[in-house]
Design a protein around this ligand. Structure first.
Ligand code: 5AD
Length: 347
């Protein structure tokens, strides 16, 4: 194993078989070794800074029917909402006062959010808060649409690839959705000039270590600017209700490996990681993550954006939540900064 780790540190690249061997070797002792190495890399590139992103969940209306997701179209128990452009601006203003310089507009694939409407929102945020980055996380759209939103001022786009194995992709999604289209979207975003984020769930149903090896190889080749990795957590009103959740420990192990593959990647300690284990986000930070994404959505809709059960959505005021988070992050040796937090390019 020492040889593999040394190779990974030196070349930032392993073969599929080597990734598989490294994943198979997961145990608490090795996780600790990799977390220390990942933390050293992260500190070399980003110091002890943690970037915060204000997450604004704009709509839980979605035309897709992903088997794992609580806001899937056929979940009739989901109480649907969308927030208005004015409310989105209000959330951003509130966030700005608290030190946020990136806003993430995330939502289901809701046809209401046409190019015109999203362009308008982006332009309003940028006009009022020109020193902020706007990140979109609005699912699959046409290249034309991505281009228009980029031209309107969007800086970054998050679109998790979910799994890099097409067979596994087919087990998590209905047949209308394909890995091929997902990858085409990611490539289009990259070509247009966005900072692009991919990512996957850990412990999703039917996932094997071979699949995860492919995820890591894809990340190595694609070189994303951002990478969202969190545990799968079952939602009771989905076909995957009876499956078990991924673990925080294995998620942190994979975060460390991703930090070693891509030293400059912006790597969030996800809400799902914080939801599955008390202190999960702090552990993620110690394993190589350098981003947290507190919720800035209006309180009235927070419990409605339930991708999975027991999602952290503490009824806290955003301000209070940031203070709490800052305390926790400081307790493990990092600090939250007021910064757009763009991806650093080494060399
Ligand atoms: N558990 C964990 N993560 C989930 N997501 C969706 N449903 C779940 C779930 N049940 C993740 C997906 C999606 C992101 C917004 O949330 O990876 O891309």
């Amino acid at each position: 194993m020492d040889n593999l780790i040394e190779k990974l540190e030196k070349t930032r690249s392993l073969t599929l078989g080597e990734y598989k061997a490294l994943i198979d070797a997961f145990c608490p002792e090795l996780a600790k070794v990799l977390a220390e190495k990942a933390d050293a890399v992260r500190r070399r590139v980003y110091g002890n800074k943690v970037f915060i992103r204000g997450l604004i969940e704009v709509s839980n209306i979605c035309k897709n029917d992903c088997f794992y997701c609580g806001i899937r179209a056929s979940n009739k128990k989901c109480d649907r909402y969308r927030i208005s452009a004015d409310e989105i601006l209000e959330c951003a203003r509130e966030g700005y006062k608290l030190g946020f310089r990136t806003f993430v507009l995330q939502g289901g694939e809701d046809g209401y959010f046409t190019d015109e409407r999203v362009e308008d929102i982006i332009k309003r945020i940028k006009a009022e808060m020109p020193d902020c980055a706007v990140t979109l996380s609005l699912g699959e759209r046409s290249k034309d649409s991505y281009q228009r939103l980029f031209d309107a001022g969007a800086d970054r786009y998050l679109l998790r690839h979910e799994t890099a194995d097409s067979g596994h992709y087919g087990k998590l999604h209905p047949s209308e959705l394909s890995l091929e289209n997902r990858m085409n979207c990611l490539r289009a975003l990259r070509e247009i000039g966005y900072q692009v984020g991919c990512g996957f769930m850990v412990g999703s149903p039917y996932q094997t270590n071979e699949h995860i090896a492919k995820d890591l190889k894809f990340i190595e080749e694609f070189q994303p600017d951002m990478c969202g990795i969190g545990p799968f957590i079952p939602h009771k009103d989905t076909p995957f209700a009876e499956f078990s959740a991924g673990t925080a420990e294995f998620t942190c192990y994979l975060l460390s490996i991703v930090r070693l593959i891509c030293p400059e990647v912006l790597l969030p300690a996800t809400t799902a990681l914080g939801s599955i284990k008390e202190g999960g986000r702090e552990e993620g930070s110690q394993a190589g993550a350098n981003v947290v994404m507190p919720n800035l959505s209006p309180k009235s809709v927070r419990e409605k954006y339930m991708l999975y059960n027991n999602k952290l959505s503490s009824g806290d005021e955003a301000a209070e939540a940031v203070r709490e988070l800052d305390k926790k992050i400081r307790s493990v040796g990092y600090e939250i900064v007021t910064d757009r937090g763009d991806r650093r390019k080494e060399k």
